[in-house]
Design a protein around this ligand. Sequence first.
Ligand SMILES: C[S@@+](CC[C@H](N)C(=O)[O-])C[C@H]1O[C@@H](n2cnc3c(N)ncnc32)[C@H](O)[C@@H]1O
Length: 164
Amino acid sequence: MNLEPVSYAPIGVARSPHADAAGAPIQPSGARGQAGHIILRPELAEGLRDLEGFSHLIVIYHCHQSGPARLLVTPFLDEAAHGVFATRAPARPNAIGLSVVRLAGVRDNVIDILDVDLLDGTPILDVKPLVPAFDLPQGPVRVGWLATRASQADQARADERFSG
Ligand SMILES: C[S@@+](CC[C@H](N)C(=O)[O-])C[C@H]1O[C@@H](n2cnc3c(N)ncnc32)[C@H](O)[C@@H]1O
């Protein structure tokens, strides 16, 4: 088992209307229509060729404003503590965030996106096209403790509980 640390350089940075965690939407479902951008390092722009044919992107990022990792967290959508890996809380051992956003356009090294729940200045680690045949599971999907809570994400707003 190779558990050596890994190190990535961000491919770019997010520009977002959300400066701070407090008041930010907690998922893209609560950020419908909110526009932002991913500014890629210019030398990576060629890697965006053919991206405009996709409607949605999976954005993987470093939650740079996240506080120390916790193994038990009380997430925004519950009053009870859950194991961090059973939540989407950013204060995790590797502070990696994942958002499925709508692609609005590609201009040189800039990706215009909608439904942005990332904070402004978020370092972007990767961008991949969402492909339903690859990414949407076949058959029933169970969502554990979120079964009665997930739909509340649209209205919920974050606070500073996971901030550094
Ligand atoms: C519950 S987390 C989920 C984020 C992501 N959609 C996910 O599932 O990994 C949502 C909160 O992450 C926080 N967040 C977004 N970008 C962040 C960043 N760069 N650093 C720290 N927290 C961030 C915002 O406060 C947002 O409300």
